[in-house]
Design a protein around this ligand. Sequence first.
Ligand code: ZN
Length: 233
Amino acid sequence: MGDPTALDLARKRRVIDLTHPLVPDGVPACPGHPKYNAEHTFKLSDGAFANVHTLTIGTHTGTHIDAPYHFYDDACPVDRLDLSLLAAAPAVVVDVRHKAAHEAITWEDLRKYESGIREGAAVLFCTGWASRYGRPDYSDHPYLEVDAAQQLLERGVRVIGADTISPDEWRLDGGDTGMVHRIVLRAGGIIVENLQGLEDVVDSGWENPRVSLLPLSLAGCDGSPIRAVAWER
Ligand SMILES: [Zn+2]
């Protein structure tokens, strides 16, 4: 028996999928956003040369990222993001599963993760809300307080994500629901929404998780669905 080959190591490596599957009629969308669909354009069973689908999809469909251009006309679109922030980034997964509906996540909740909170890190909030995906109470999630977002930005963090539809509170009274979006995107940051599987990363006990959160290269667009994955370095 020699040393393990690269292929042996790759086979052993566990990858956690952080992405909600895209299923027609199974993807909750913000009001007015396009409803996800995938249908055959060509079908082998109808005698076509190959199977080919046509997609109906929005830039904020399913697990996705928001680029700064989402809120600012003069800011970076999704195809020009710095991919070094999104490819194999060190991840800090903050366990806030004890938070209740509409409860704030504050800087206090982040203190014990402070050593990992630095430039280049992706800070991802595990609220446990992914299990409510598609249910009416999915939008009643805990939310990130503006001060906590500000502190992350001051420490050089540019990627902030959650297993919720938004890091901002989804206000039932129609109040402002975009404060965290504004300060993160204005600072050139990137917001990741509708993640799933973060509890598996927390419960894995991994000491140095990495994540990839890669968008499609949609020229001039404000966001993109992503395939998000985590692994231990
Ligand atoms: Zn979005």
